[in-house]
Structures are given as structure tokens and as C-alpha cells.
Design a protein around this ligand. Structure first.
Ligand code: HEC
Length: 126
């Protein structure tokens, strides 16, 4: 009787360890950032364009679409259908900057959150 109990205990412990190992091996995708507080507005000129200036215009300066230079970027993003207002997940600009996206290595979570909020708020040229 005692021996059976001990074997059961060993199996339970083994199960816990194996289950734990599986959980840690899973790669969790980045959860989308929380929506901005009501009334908060992410300014294109003050928050979004600086992201392009510091990490994108080195390549996106006319020849490679979208043109992300100051004064050109908004029109270029719209002309190339890379932004769908109020729909970050449907916007190439946002999805290509996400982990796994083609432009992911030039962005980070903070920049992605700014782009996310700006698109969610209507992608205004503000
Ligand atoms: C080292 C050069 C380089 C940098 C830096 C760079 N890009 Fe790109 N980007 C490219 C090239 C080349 C393409 C077109 C080929 C491709 O899709 O891989 C491209 C494509 C894109 C596209 C279109 C993707 C598509 O699926 O059509 C978007 C949007 C974009 N880049 C945004 C950005 C943003 C935003 C940044 C800065 C955070 C950035 N890129 C930084 C070179 C660059």
C-alpha cells in the first residue's frame, strides 16, 4: 500500500516537472499594447515622425517606398496603402515593425506602441 502511494507521488512530481518544462519552452507572442487612455492623442509630427527620422530615413529617403522623410512620409504611407486608420493589425506599417516582421529589427516595443496608438486614434496628420 505504502509503496503504491510513493510511486504515485513520483509520477505526479514527474508530471509537474515535465509540464513546467513545456510551459517555459513556449514562445509567447508579444501582446498588443493597451489602447491609449480616452482623450489622449498621439501626434504624428511630435511622436511618429521622430521614429522615422531616427531609424528609418537612412533607407526610406525616396527610392525605397514608403518615403519616410519629414514632410513626405504621411502622403507616402497613405498613397502606398500602408496605413488603415483605426486598424493597426490591418496596417502594413504596424505589422512590418512587429517581431517577425520585415522591419522588426529597426523598431522596438516602445516605437511599436506609438505607431499602434497613432493608427488606433485615426491615423491623423496632426
Ligand atoms: C537598412 C535599410 C532599412 C531600414 C533602416 C528600414 N527599412 Fe523599411 N524597408 C527597406 C527595404 C529595402 C524595403 C523593401 C523590401 C522589403 O519589403 O523587405 C522596406 C520595406 C518597408 C515597408 C513596406 C513593407 C511591405 O511589406 O511592403 C515599410 C512599411 C517599411 N519598410 C517601414 C520601415 C520603418 C517604419 C522603418 C524604421 C522603423 C524602416 N522601414 C527601416 C529597408 C529599410
Amino acid at each position: 500500500m505504502r509503496k503504491i502511494k510513493l510511486i504515485n507521488l513520483i509520477f505526479v512530481l514527474l508530471g509537474v516537472f515535465l509540464f513546467g518544462a513545456c510551459e517555459y519552452a513556449t514562445i509567447q507572442p508579444d501582446a498588443p499594447p493597451p489602447p491609449p487612455p480616452p482623450g489622449d492623442s498621439t501626434s504624428y509630427s511630435l511622436k511618429v515622425q521622430p521614429i522615422f527620422n531616427s531609424g528609418c530615413t537612412v533607407c526610406h529617403s525616396g527610392a525605397t517606398a514608403p518615403d519616410l522623410r519629414e514632410g513626405k512620409s504621411y502622403q507616402s504611407l497613405m498613397d502606398n496603402n500602408m496605413v488603415v486608420a483605426n486598424n493597426p493589425a490591418g496596417s502594413i506599417l504596424y505589422t512590418c515593425m512587429q517581431p517577425g516582421g520585415v522591419m522588426a529589427s529597426y523598431s522596438n516595443a516602445t516605437k511599436n506602441a506609438t505607431i499602434y496608438n497613432w493608427i488606433l486614434e485615426g491615423a491623423k496628420n496632426n
